[in-house]
Ligand binder design. Structure first.
Ligand SMILES: Cc1ncc(COP(=O)(O)O)c(C=O)c1O
Length: 341
């Protein structure tokens, strides 16, 4: 019998567990555009409380949640500053520019996926009719699995205030960051004016992200959510899975981090692949490949029922709810077979 397929391409591949499916089946629902869905309302309150904000707004995706945040913070002709490999800038189709007339101003990440505030300062434009208005600073935590310290986020908060900038966190995996730092989510959340959190990554829900902020911010965001087509109706069916993601899903993230550490250790010293050891901080393991064999590696793994993300000279392996400690052994064994062949 063929071995069960193990998918370590991303933590977005998890399938809803039994508890989620049951909760989705039994969810009380209403029309959320009228604010009538009790399960969505409860999820929004739960998220706002967890992140230490006044309010939160449920949306289908993290891309929309980041976009709505940018549209809410900025006007046409404004500018936001972000890392040059940030999700908002690079992997969301240029939505803020295309739909909001908001231009990005990027700079390289520092060695751990944060932004050097001295460098950010140089990019803030003076108040001059020739220039776009620099309005917002966007950070990401985790960034490619790397955790930004609480101190660095607090420094960014002081910096943003000093320079009259809004501060947004793409916290698609902020729960992984909180678990790795051993802090409450709200200790991170309160550093920012707005936080986008994804339920459909390590937390294991099938769909959904939430944007948290002040009540006033979320009221405006609600308008942009509607404008961008995110006003869902009986969305409680999705929110019900999200409630479980924020409880059970959050409680089990440490297992993913332990499994990633185990996988990184198992790959240590393999000829032809070097683990980016400093990057193994949460649920992602990155490998630098000595040769341009990424595609071959992905193909080889696939024939052994392991799906992974590899291309050129790099490979990313992500642990999640559907990857057990035993699965990690098998993934490591397939990788060893490839590199030892
Ligand atoms: C850091 C980060 N932000 C935002 C997103 C967007 O989430 P979604 O796929 O739900 O649009 C992703 C998705 O992978 C992500 O990795």
């Amino acid at each position: 019998m063929a071995a069960r397929q193990i998918d370590v391409r991303s933590d977005t591949v998890t399938r809803p567990n039994e508890a989620m499916r049951r909760a989705m089946c039994d969810a009380s629902v209403g029309d959320d555009v009228y604010g009538d869905d009790p399960t969505v309302n409860a999820l929004q309150e739960q998220t706002a409380e967890l992140l230490g904000h006044e309010a939160a707004l449920f949306m289908p995706t993290g891309t929309q949640s980041n976009l709505v945040a940018l549209l809410t913070h900025c006007q046409r002709g404004d500018e936001y500053i972000a890392g040059d490999d940030s999700h908002t800038y690079k992997y969301e189709g240029g939505g803020a520019a295309a739909l909001g007339g908001i231009q990005p101003q990027t700079l390289p990440w520092d060695a751990n996926g944060g932004l050097d505030l001295k460098e950010v300062k140089k990019l803030i434009k003076e108040d001059d009719i020739h220039f776009a208005k620099t309005r917002l600073l966007c950070l990401e935590n985790t960034q490619h699995g790397r955790v930004q310290s609480l101190q660095s986020m607090q420094q960014a908060q002081v910096f943003a205030k000093e320079h009259s900038l809004g501060l947004h966190l793409d916290g698609a995996r902020v729960a992984n960051a909180a678990v790795a730092l051993g802090v409450e989510l709200k200790q991170i959340g309160q550093c920012f004016d707005s936080v986008s959190l994804c339920l459909s990554k390590g937390l294991g829900a099938p769909v959904g992200s939430l944007l948290a902020g002040s009540s006033q911010f979320i009221n405006t965001a609600k308008r942009w959510r509607k404008v961008t087509g995110g006003g869902m109706r009986q969305a409680g069916i999705l929110a019900a899975a999200g409630q479980i993601a924020l409880t059970d899903g959050l409680n089990r993230l440490k297992d993913d981090h332990d499994n990633a550490a185990k996988l990184a250790a198992a790959m240590d010293g393999v000829k032809g692949a070097t683990v980016r050891a400093a990057w193994t901080q949460t649920n992602m393991v990155w490998l630098d490949l000595a040769d341009d064999v990424g595609e071959q590696l992905a193909q080889f793994a696939k024939t052994h029922n392991v799906l992974l993300s590899a291309g050129g000279k790099s490979c990313r392996l992500v642990t999640h709810a559907d990857v057990s400690s035993e699965d990690v052994n098998r993934v490591a064994s397939v990788l060893h077979d490839f590199f030892n062949a």
